[in-house]
Write a protein that binds this ligand. Structure first.
Ligand SMILES: Cc1cc2nc3c(=O)[nH]c(=O)nc-3n(C[C@H](O)[C@H](O)[C@H](O)COP(=O)(O)OP(=O)(O)OC[C@H]3O[C@@H](n4cnc5c(N)ncnc54)[C@H](O)[C@@H]3O)c2cc1C
Length: 395
């Protein structure tokens, strides 16, 4: 076990931070424009990030990716997010996002098309799992796909989908079979210009980003876009653990930024004729923040390191997720406190960082759902959450 970053990892982090700082003005412009429904600056940013080698970090080089192992990928997503959330979102979605499922489950032709397109900065892929009546109970999803000749016809609705507008495809989880079981669920790449597809204008979330509703009304997609046609739910969720680690790394980046800002601030701001940093009560807050940040990083890096034989361990991913999501909220909340009234104002970055990390307790499986999974593992039970069917005792 080696808990230190190597020299080359440190150099990679420094070089990435420099590149991101150069892209910062365009990232701010892209975020502003996106909130007004203009995605042109976002597309420019995507292309520039591709040229700078900041997209498709863990995708194989044969498909145009950077070819980094998962640990280095997460270190860079954290670094990129620490500089800016728009940059962090693009780095995550093109590396640890839905595109990972194409890499794991796709044919060579699908990988050449989608992974290479993402790596070149030409396309973005959102992920569509959640439905109005299927949130934590994701396998209750009703969106259906039926094969008709060379096409697939899709009907249904998804909700809360991140980065759907301004992206070009959704990796859609839907039912290919009629048994009503999780084994019916497969996945298909739906182009956003497919007939019968539409996307809402989006609902503004707490972090100032939009979550979209997707509608599939006899939506027709070529059969060649199917990634997995039933019996793939377990595999899809295993791949999804990579996505979880990517979004956990974004939380780490935001929490690190809040901690560093507060650390600097308490050494500049003076009250009672002294630096805030002179008050022991505040020193202990800083120490607690540092301990939480380090512990959160270690759990994330452990889950990323133990992937030599394939995908991350579900247990290690859930343990990291529960701790990081909680720690990130507390670190950002403490940063606000250390800045006092200024911390609460939009003029300073820490209130935004808090809003950025807050969603992490909800998306990618809520904290409660991850705790259910950890408990199930501890007790060696499947730990089904489903209500007993009529006639069953539930015991
Ligand atoms: C910022 C953000 C981005 C998102 N991005 C996407 C995306 O890109 N794609 C996508 O498909 N979805 C996305 N989602 C949706 C997200 O995955 C769901 O919101 C999440 O799975 C919870 O589902 P729900 O909102 O329906 O809550 P519910 O399932 O209704 O849960 C409500 C509350 O009940 C608790 N609860 C439910 N069941 C149990 C149980 N068995 N035991 C204990 N507690 C329980 C939950 O923890 C929660 O606190 C996003 C959500 C957010 C907030």
């Amino acid at each position: 076990m080696d808990f230190q970053l190597t020299e080359s990892q440190r150099e990679l982090i420094d070089a990435t931070e420099k590149l991101c700082r150069q892209l910062l003005p365009l990232a701010k412009e892209a975020h502003e424009a996106e909130t007004k429904g203009d995605f042109a600056p976002l597309q420019r940013l995507r292309r520039q990030m591709a040229e700078a080698g900041l997209l498709a970090l863990n995708m194989p080089q044969e498909y145009g990716g950077v070819g980094l192992p998962l640990l280095e990928t997460l270190l860079l997503i954290q670094t990129i997010q620490r500089v800016d959330s728009t940059l962090g979102g693009l780095a995550h979605r093109t590396s640890t996002g839905a595109i990972g499922a194409v890499l794991e489950l796709g044919t060579d032709a699908q990988k050449s098309r989608f992974v290479s397109g993402v790596a070149r900065g030409e396309i973005g892929v959102s992920i569509g799992i959640t439905e109005p009546d299927a949130g934590s109970a994701a396998t209750a999803m009703k969106t259906r796909a039926r094969i008709e000749g060379d096409d697939v016809i899709i009907n249904g609705q998804k909700i809360f989908i991140s980065a759907a507008k301004g992206h070009h495809y959704t990796m859609l989880y839907c039912r290919f079979g009629n048994t009503g079981r999780a084994s019916d669920i497969g996945a298909i790449m739906v182009p956003h210009d497919a007939p019968g597809f539409s996307c809402s204008g989006g609902t503004l979330n707490m972090a100032g980003e939009r979550q979209y509703e997707l509608y599939f009304d006899d939506c027709r997609v070529p059969k060649a876009n199917i990634l997995a046609e039933s019996h793939a739910f377990a595999k899809l969720i295993s791949v999804y653990n990579v996505e979880r680690l990517g979004s956990i790394s974004r939380m780490l980046g935001s929490a690190q930024a809040a901690f560093e800002f507060a650390l600097q601030y308490v050494q500049e701001r003076r009250q009672f004729g002294r630096e805030l940093a002179d008050f022991q009560g505040l020193q202990w807050m800083l120490a607690d923040m540092k301990v939480k940040l380090e512990a959160a990083q270690m759990l994330t890096y452990r889950a990323a390191s133990n992937t030599a034989s394939g995908l991350p361990s579900p247990l290690e991913t859930s343990v990291a997720k529960v701790y990081v999501a909680q720690a990130a909220k507390e670190i950002c909340d403490d940063a606000i406190q250390l800045l006092g009234g200024y911390g609460y104002m939009a003029e300073y970055p820490v209130e935004r960082l808090y809003r950025e990390v807050r969603g992490g307790s909800i998306y990618g499986g809520t904290l409660q759902i991850h705790k259910n999974m950890i408990a199930g593992h501890l007790l060696g039970r499947k730990n089904s959450q489903w209500a007993p069917r009529s006639g069953e005792s539930g015991e």
